[in-house]
Design a protein around this ligand. Structure first.
Ligand code: AMP
Length: 457
C-alpha cells in the first residue's frame, strides 16, 4: 500500500513525501478511503499510530475538492472544525494541517485558552478554512460572536476519550448544538467506553468503524521494564540512569505538578537540563519547554498526564514513569509517546512498594507482565512497608499493604518480595524474557483484585 493508491490530490502527496513518509500506517490506510468516501467515521486509535495524518490528509483533500470559487476579497468561513482536549495537542494538530496542506491555498488557525483572545479574533475575522480548537476557548469565541460555525462541513473530535476524562462533555454538547446538522463527522478515541459509544451515537450517522491497535494494547515496539526502588531513592536512581546511559530526550512522568517541579530542581542540581510542563505553567513556558525538548537542547521534560497528552515528538527514545499512574489507562497513553510509527522506544517505570497495586492493575490491563530489573546499588529494602499516596486531597492505597492479606497482598509484593528477589537475583538485570516470570498480575484470584480505593479527607 502506498499513499499514491489512496486517491489523495497531488499537492497533498507532495507534502507527504516532503514530510518523509513512504507508507501509510494502518490507521491511515483505513481512515483515508473511509473519509474520502464521504461518510462519518468512528476510529479507535491512540497517539503514535499516525491518526493525525489519518484525518488531516483526507480532510484537506475534501476541502479542496468541494471548494467553491472564492469571490475576491470575500472572507472564508470555518469549513472544518477540529476539537482537541489540550492546548498542546491543538497546536500540534494545526502544525500537521500546515505541514500537509502547505501546497494548498487553505487557511488554518489554532485557538486555545491561556493566551490573549485578540490575535485569535483578528485571525478569525480575516477568515479561515480550518479551525483547530480546545472546547472552552472555542465557546468563548462563539459567545462573543467572533466565530461563525454555521457553515462547518467537517467536524473532527480528536482524543474523545480524554475529552470526557477531562470533563468536557458539556462543552462538547454545547459545540455540537451550534454546528449545522448536515456535516461529515469523525470521532477518534483510544478507547471505546460506554460514554464514547453514547457520544458516537449522538454525533455520527451510520459511521464506518475502524480500530487499529487493540484496545489498551501497548505498542509492540515499546520495550517495557520496571526498576524496583525505594521511594526516597527514585530521584537519585533517575539521575543515575540518565547520566550513566547518557540518555537524551527523556520524557518523565509524575503524578502531581509539585512533584514535577521538585524533580526538575533535583535534576538541575545534578547538571541535567530539565524543565516541567504542566497546567500551572504559562502557555509560553510550555511552548518553550516543548520546543527546547524537541530540538534536543533540553535533556529531560517532566510532565503530568494531562499536560503531556498529545505531545508529539518523533521517535522519542525514552519514557520514564517516575511515578506510576493510579489510572492504568494512563500508563498506556504515557508509553504511547515512544516507539511510535515503527521506531523503537523504551518505557522505564521506577516502582516503589507503595505502587505495587498500581503495577498489578496496569499488568492486568495490558495483559502482560513487565520484566523487573534491579539496578545495582539501588536494590530496594525487602522489608519496606507500603505507605498511602497523597494525591491532592485524595489518599490512594496503591501498595500491597492496603490489602488485608490474601493472594493480592503477596502478588503485589512480587516486585520486591522474597520470591521476586530470588528470581531476579538469579536471572540478573537485563535477562530479557527470563525476568518476566514474576508478573504480579498472574495467579490472582477474584479476591485478589485490587481496585484503587480513594478516600476524600
Ligand atoms: P500521531 O499518532 O498522529 O500522533 O502521529 C505519530 C507520529 O507518526 C507523528 O510524529 C507523525 O509525524 C508520524 N507519522 C505519521 N504518519 C506517518 C507515516 N505514514 N510514516 C511515518 N511517520 C508517520
Amino acid at each position: 500500500m502506498s499513499f499514491e493508491n489512496l486517491g489523495l490530490a497531488e499537492p497533498i502527496l507532495r507534502a507527504i513525501s516532503e514530510a518523509g513518509y513512504h507508507t501509510p500506517t494502518p490507521i491511515q490506510s483505513q481512515a483515508i478511503p473511509a473519509v474520502l468516501s464521504g461518510g462519518d467515521l468512528l476510529a479507535g486509535a491512540q497517539t503514535g499510530t499516525g491518526k493525525t495524518a489519518g484525518f488531516t490528509l483526507p480532510l484537506l483533500h475534501m476541502l479542496m475538492a468541494n471548494r467553491l470559487a472564492r469571490v475576491a476579497g470575500e472572507r472564508t468561513h470555518v469549513r472544518a472544525l477540529i476539537l482537541t482536549p489540550t492546548r498542546e495537542l491543538a497546536a500540534q494538530v494545526e502544525e500537521s494541517v500546515r505541514t500537509y496542506g502547505k501546497h494548498l491555498p487553505l487557511r488554518s488557525i489554532v485557538v486555545f485558552g491561556g493566551v490573549g483572545m485578540n490575535p485569535q479574533i483578528d485571525a478569525l475575522r480575516r477568515g479561515v478554512d480550518i479551525l483547530v480548537a480546545t472546547p472552552g476557548r472555542l465557546l468563548d469565541h462563539h459567545q462573543q460572536g467572533t466565530v461563525d460555525l454555521s457553515k462547518v462541513e467537517f467536524f473532527v473530535l480528536d482524543e474523545a476519550d480524554r475529552m470526557l476524562d477531562m470533563g468536557f462533555i458539556h462543552d462538547i454538547k454545547r459545540v455540537l448544538a451550534v454546528l449545522p446538522p448536515k456535516k461529515q463527522s469523525l470521532l477518534f478515541s483510544a478507547t471505546f467506553s460506554d460514554e464514547i459509544k453514547a457520544l458516537a451515537e449522538r454525533l455520527l450517522n451510520q459511521p464506518k468503524v475502524i480500530e487499529v491497535a487493540r484496545r489498551n494494547a501497548t505498542a509492540d515496539t515499546v520495550e517495557q521494564v520496571v526498576h524496583p526502588v525505594d521511594r526516597d531513592r527514585k530521584k537519585e536512581m533517575l539521575a543515575h540512569l540518565i547520566s550513566s546511559n547518557n540518555w537524551h530526550q527523556v520524557l518523565v512522568f509524575t503524578r502531581m505538578k509539585h512533584g514535577a517541579n521538585r524533580l526538575v530542581e533535583f535534576l538541575q542540581k545534578q547538571d541535567i537540563t530539565a524543565m516541567a510542563i504542566h497546567g500551572n505553567k504559562s502557555q509560553s513556558a510550555r511552548t518553550r519547554a516543548l520546543a527546547e525538548f524537541k530540538s534536543g537542547d533540553l535533556q529531560v521534560l517532566v510532565a503530568t498526564d494531562i499536560a503531556a497528552r498529545g505531545i508529539d515528538i518523533d521517535q522519542l527514545p525514552h519514557v520514564v514513569n517516575f511515578e506510576l499512574p493510579n489510572v492504568p489507562e494512563d500508563y498506556v497513553h504515557r508509553i504511547g509517546r515512544t516507539g511510535r510509527a515503527g521506531s523503537e522506544g523504551r518505557a522505564i517505570s521506577l516502582v516503589c512498594v507503595d505502587e505495587e497495586g498500581f503495577l498489578a492493575d496496569i499488568e492486568r490491563l495490558i495483559k502482560r507482565s513487565i520484566p523487573r530489573e534491579l539496578v545495582a546499588g539501588f536494590e530496594p529494602d525487602p522489608h519496606a512497608k507500603p505507605e498511602p499516596i497523597q494525591l491532592g486531597r485524595r489518599v490512594l492505597h496503591g501498595g500491597g499493604g492496603a490489602k488485608s492479606g490474601g493472594g493480592a497482598h503477596s502478588s503485589h509484593r512480587s516486585g520486591h518480595g522474597q520470591g521476586a528477589r530470588q528470581g531476579q537475583g538469579r536471572q540478573g538485570a537485563g535477562s530479557g524474557s527470563g525476568g518476566r516470570s514474576h508478573g504480579s498480575g498472574q495467579g490472582r484470584g477474584p479476591g485478589g483484585q485490587v481496585r484503587e480505593r480513594e478516600r476524600t479527607r
